[in-house]
Write a protein that binds this ligand. Structure first.
Ligand code: ADP
Ligand code: MG
Length: 299
C-alpha cells in the first residue's frame, strides 16, 4: 500500500530548480532513506511534502491526498522532525514535548516518559540552554510519542552521539514493526544502510539512484580483496575492475557484476593465497557514482 508518492516533483526558487522531477514512493511499514549531500534538495522536498512550500510542478500525495490542498487532513496522521530544530527558548523541553503532543491530540504519558528515559533527556531545562543534540532529542521524543502513520524525519541524527543514534535506530525499527512508514533524510550513509528498506539518492535536485539496497548493490558489483603469489601488474587495465587499493599486503577493488567471472579467472592466474568478497557499502556506491560523473567524489 502506497503511503507517500511524488511524481515529477519540481520546486523552483526563481530560475533555480531545487527539485527537478523527483519520483519517490514510500509503502506501508517501509523505512525509506532519502540520501544526499548538503544542498541536494532533501529539506525542500520534505517542506513540499508537508505543505509548507508549494511545488512548481508535479504531484505529491500522502495517504492518497494532495499534500498542498489536503495538508490539514494529512497532518493528523504525520509526525515531523525538522532539520533545524528551533524551540521556544523560555519553555522547558518537557513543556515543548507536551505542547506538541497536545497539538496532535494525543495523550500518551507513558510513551513520553519511556522515550525521555531512553534518549537520556533532561526535560526540566529551558530550551535556550539545550545543545543541538538535545533540541533534536526534544523533537524526536515529541514526534515518536505521537501515534502517527507516517514519520518524516529530516536528518534526525545529525546532532546525536553514537549511543543516542542507536536508541534512535531502535525506535525506528519498532515503529516499522508496528506497520508505520518512515521517510528519513540523511547525508550519513551508514545510518541509512542499517535501517532502510529502500533508498533514493538525490543530488542537485535529481534522483540519481533508487531502489532496495539489494537492487543497488546488484548495480554496483562486488568488492574483492585478493592476495596473490605473484604481483598482478595489469589489474587496473582489466575490464570491470575499479578503485584498486593496497590493504594489508593484499589488493582491494570493485568488480562490475557482469565481469566478475573473467576477473576471477584473471586473478587466479597469479596464484591466489587469499580471496574475500563482499557487497559494496552504500558509501562506496555513492562515491563511485560521483566519480562517474566527474565530481571527484566530493560530498
Ligand atoms: P538539503 O536539505 O538537501 O541540504 P535544501 O533542500 O535545504 O538541501 O536546499 C536545496 C537547494 O535549494 C540549496 O541550493 C538551497 O540553497 C536552495 N534553497 C532552499 N530553500 C531556498 C529558498 N527558500 N530560497 C532559495 N533557495 C533555496
Ligand atoms: Mg536539509
Amino acid at each position: 500500500m502506497t503511503i507517500l508518492k511524488t511524481t515529477g516533483l519540481t520546486k523552483k526558487f526563481g530560475d533555480f530548480a531545487a527539485l527537478d522531477g523527483v519520483d519517490i514512493e514510500v509503502g506501508k511499514g517501509e523505512v525509506y532513506g532519502f540520501i544526499g549531500p548538503n544542498g541536494a534538495g532533501k529539506s525542500t522536498a520534505i517542506r513540499v511534502l508537508l505543505g509548507i512550500l508549494k511545488a512548481t510542478e508535479g504531484q505529491a500525495t500522502i495517504f492518497g491526498k494532495d499534500v498542498w490542498k489536503d495538508a490539514v487532513d494529512i497532518h493528523k496522521r504525520v509526525a515531523y522532525v525538522p532539520g533545524d530544530v528551533n524551540l521556544w527558548p523560555n519553555l522547558t523541553g518537557g513543556e515543548v514535548i507536551d505542547l506538541f503532543i497536545k497539538l496532535r491530540g494525543g495523550n500518551n504519558k507513558s510513551r513520553r516518559e519511556e522515550l525521555i528515559r531512553r534518549f537520556d533527556l533532561d526535560p526540566s531545562k529551558k530550551c535556550r540552554t539545550y545543545s543541538k543534540g538535545n533540541r533534536q532529542k526534544v523533537a524526536l521524543v515529541a514526534a515518536l510519542s505521537s501515534d502517527a502513520n507516517l514519520y518524516i524525519l529530516d536528518e534526525p541524527t545529525s546532532g546525536l552521539d553514537p549511543l543516542m543514534e542507536r536508541v534512535f535506530q531502535e525506535c525506528v525499527r519498532e515503529a516499522k514493526a508496528e506497520g508505520k512508514s518512515i521517510l528519513l533524510s540523511s547525508h550519513i550513509l551508514s545510518e541509512v544502510e542499517q535501517l532502510c528498506d529502500k533508498v533514493a539518492i538525490i543530488r542537485q535536485g535529481k534522483i540519481i539512484e533508487k531502489g532496495t539496497l539489494k537492487e543497488l548493490r546488484h548495480l554496483t558489483g562486488t568488492m574483492l580483496l585478493v592476495e596473490t603469489k605473484e604481483p598482478m601488474p595489469n589489474l587496473a587495465e582489466v575490464k570491470g575492475v575499479q578503485g584498486i587499493e593496497q590493504r594489508d599486503g593484499a589488493l582491494s577493488f570493485q568488480v562490475d557484476q557482469e565481469e566478475l567471472d573473467h576477473v576471477v579467472r584473471y586473478v587466479s592466474g597469479f596464484g591466489i593465497i587469499r580471496m574475500e568478497s563482499a557487497p559494496p557499502t552504500l558509501e562506496e556506491l555513492f562515491m563511485r557514482h560521483y566519480e562517474g560523473i566527474g565530481t571527484g567524489g566530493a560530498l
